[in-house]
Design a protein around this ligand. Structure first.
Ligand SMILES: Cc1ncc(COP(=O)(O)O)c(C=O)c1O
Length: 452
């Protein structure tokens, strides 16, 4: 075991050391070689070192270098050194983080991370947190708490009696709602299409003046950080209206909520702390390994009631917080460990620096692209940049060439009718040099496409 783990460390360190020198995406020949991992079902055992070598030799070249400094697709963070290292240790522990009796350390670490996160993000100090896999599940969990709370108020026990014949629940979303929130609604029996959709402005912010009349049967889903523009819905106004009407506000804050750690960006989030539930991603901007997200609910009882399992004699209940009562899953890995390590290693100032650095780098991209004559379509308020290289066809062609070049990677989108390339700067490892090199490549490719 010792030799195997040492060999793993050597191979992993080699992978990471080379990540800045390779193409961000694998070549077709690397992908073709993946067939070597398959073949007929192995009938007999094989040495673990051989298994490791096969995966590294064949698998590593076919990875996308998302943990390097020049991947700007979707919203994807890397893995901070302390988070990656503790992820390995926690792998060796192989703890089941469902219950305190199964893992005192996993439970304690989660309690610490709850306190630190609420402090960092300025959220209510008594809120409850569930440690989930991603924002989609955080949205699901927060909306499950919302559904439970609103129906509980009118005497309907949705956990026992389900949604058939339940009193109606209205759901309000913005025009630029993230598709994962709609997925969460569909999984909860609230329906993707029966939402009331509120118009958004040119940056994708929900227009508070277009809100319908709210009441105590309504869940309003707002966004902190639009996936295309980075823009924030006007939380202060919407939360005040919702509170006065007895409605519930859920915030999809996947990456944008981390902006609260910086005094520079905190004003964009004004009033967000007055909501009732929040979904946050940790594998994005906190830069912990996949998969990791958090759901935060102002009154932990609503989250617990929505997600707690029934009783079974062999599942002992201790006093205090039992992690599995706050998540959709029961058995799960100790993902709180990496959150603890990321926050412990960065501290408040390190996290603030990382967020501010990425946002400054997004502005640097925008400056370089504008100076080269290309249109930046959004106000760069956070870490997201949308750029057009001309006509839709031209923009799509430039994106394809940038992706094939492999210096960096960005995806495409259509923003309010305009075809654009998205740049998301979300990785701790991105340097200003990475930005300059990537911007020069983008501009070079776009200019020759123009000339051609
Ligand atoms: C605003 C928003 N919500 C939800 C998600 C979905 O996140 P995940 O893939 O972690 O479920 C994203 C992903 O980028 C996002 O930007």
């Amino acid at each position: 075991m010792k030799e195997l783990l040492a060999e793993t460390a050597v191979r992993a360190a080699r992978y990471i050391a080379a990540i800045g020198d390779r193409k961000v995406v694998p070549g077709p020949e690397d992908i073709a070689r993946l067939g070597a991992l398959g073949g007929p079902l192995p009938e007999n055992p094989c040495e673990p070192a051989e298994v490791l070598a096969l995966l590294d030799d064949v698998g590593s070249p076919a990875t996308v270098a998302t943990s390097g400094g020049r991947y700007f697709g979707f919203v994807i963070g890397g893995a901070l050194p302390a988070a990656l290292a503790t992820n390995w240790l926690a792998g060796a522990w192989d703890q089941n983080a469902a219950m305190k009796v199964m893992s005192p350390v996993a439970t304690k670490v989660e309690e610490i991370v709850c306190d630190w996160t609420l402090d960092l993000l300025g959220l209510p100090r008594n809120a409850g947190i569930g440690f989930v896999t991603c924002t989609t599940m955080a949205n699901f969990s927060g909306l499950a708490a919302a559904r439970s709370a609103l129906l509980h108020r009118v005497g309907w026990n949705v956990e026992e009696d389900g949604m058939f014949e339940a009193p109606p629940v209205r759901v309000v979303v913005g025009q630029e709602v993230h598709v994962s929130l709609l997925k969460a609604l569909s999984m909860l029996g609230l329906g993707r299409s029966r939402v009331i959709t509120v118009l958004a402005d040119g940056q994708g912010r929900m227009r508070a003046d277009a809100l319908p009349v709210l009441d105590e049967h309504t869940i309003v889903c707002i966004q902190a950080g639009n996936v295309n523009t980075g823009a924030f819905d006007p939380a202060k106004e919407i939360c005040a209206r919702a509170r006065a009407a007895g409605a519930w506000v859920h915030v999809d804050g996947a990456f944008g909520l981390w902006g609260a750690v910086s005094p520079q960006f905190a004003p964009l989030l004004e009033g967000v702390d007055a909501a009732d539930s929040w979904a946050i991603d940790c594998h994005k901007w906190l830069n912990v390994p996949y998969d990791s997200g958090m759901v935060v609910v102002r009154d932990p009882e609503h989250l617990r009631r929505a997600l707690a399992a029934g009783s079974a004699a062999y599942l002992t209940q201790d006093a205090g917080r039992e992690p599995w009562q706050y998540t959709p899953d029961s058995s799960r890995r100790a993902r709180g460990v990496e959150l603890w390590a990321a926050i412990r290693s960065l501290g408040r100032s390190g996290l603030r620096d990382m967020i501010e650095r990425n946002c400054r780098q997004a502005k640097l991209f925008a400056e370089r692209l504008r100076a080269a004559g290309f249109a930046v379509l959004n106000d760069v308020v956070l870490n997201q940049v949308l750029v057009s290289f001309g006509s839709p066809e031209q923009t799509r062609r430039v994106i394809a060439e940038i992706q094939a070049d492999g210096t960096c990677w960005c995806g495409g989108t259509v923003w309010q009718g305009h075809t654009a390339m998205r740049i998301s700067v979300s990785c701790w490892a991105t340097t200003d040099d990475d930005v300059e090199r990537s911007a020069a490549t983008m501009i070079g490719i776009a200019k020759s496409a123009q000339a051609g």
